[in-house]
Design a protein around this ligand. Sequence first.
Ligand code: SF4
Length: 340
Amino acid sequence: MKNIFNETYDALEDYFISINDKKYRATQLYDFLYKKRIYTIDNMNNIPKNTKEMLKKDFSFNFIKIEKKQTDENVKKYLFRLLDDSLIESVLMYHDYGISLCVSSQVGCNMGCKFCESGRLKKVRNLETYEILEQVLLIEKDLNIKITHIVIMGIGEPFDNYDNVMNFIRIITSNKGIDMGSRHITISTCGLIPGIKRFMNDFSQVNLAISLHAPNDKIRNKIMPISKVYKLNELIKVVKEYINKTNRRVTFEYVMLENTNDSLECAKELANLLKGINCYVNLIPYNETENIEFKRSKKNRILEFYDIIKKNGMNVTIRKEFGTNISAACGQLRTKREDL
Ligand code: SF4
């Protein structure tokens, strides 16, 4: 039986047509699920009895469960238990401009970035669309809030679960339901080129962030195994194609690792690599974790690095830190049972 929260609006229209019902039932159902937030079919008062029976027969309305939540100032980390007992995490952040949620897209991750706590657990499976969407629905209900921004940057590589993640975006941006603006959504990839190519055709208005983390293949190969498959020059080429096609600015994420990728030569090389590209560079102070030997770059070095990028005329920021006390910061999410 399919989970109802996997269904895009178009898929539901097709479903109602296939059971010889009215196409507009999709509008009614989306209205209950995503506007009124009513999840019990019997409480959907203007849907006829026959349709309700069909829906009960064909769909489950199951939810994942909130297992635990932790708070650190303006950050909340949620641990979810999925129906098969797998665990995933999401991080909610309160900003001046709104409330963002960083969602997970897989149980574990196969990309093996050496500095990343989230990827220490190998991929167990992709999340289904409903498991991504329910992270949003449950947290909104739990806190009685409206999440304004989504970043798909939690556990997992979203382009390694392309179809389910894209259906999540279709559902959350549908004007029949939640109607979140595409530009309020950011998807982050470690550089899966086929995914970027598909994405530029499918979702030109959703923001793209590239986890770059090195200015050349030599360093990147050491910290991001994916770089052995997709070389930096190919990655940069496809990013340029993306910008040409979509006219959107791309963000390059660069985690600052002491004595690994933070030399001033690296900064110059990075500026050179990205010269002429319509982009932001986001320098991320590394969040050290007990299991991984990388160290955070010294504050001074981050500032020197920043200056070099800036002097080369690029848009550069140093990421504000969130949630380090509850291991909710970037690259610190994990799904180990000791977290319970
Ligand atoms: S940084 Fe992202 S892609 Fe890399 S291992 Fe961690 S979760 Fe996976």
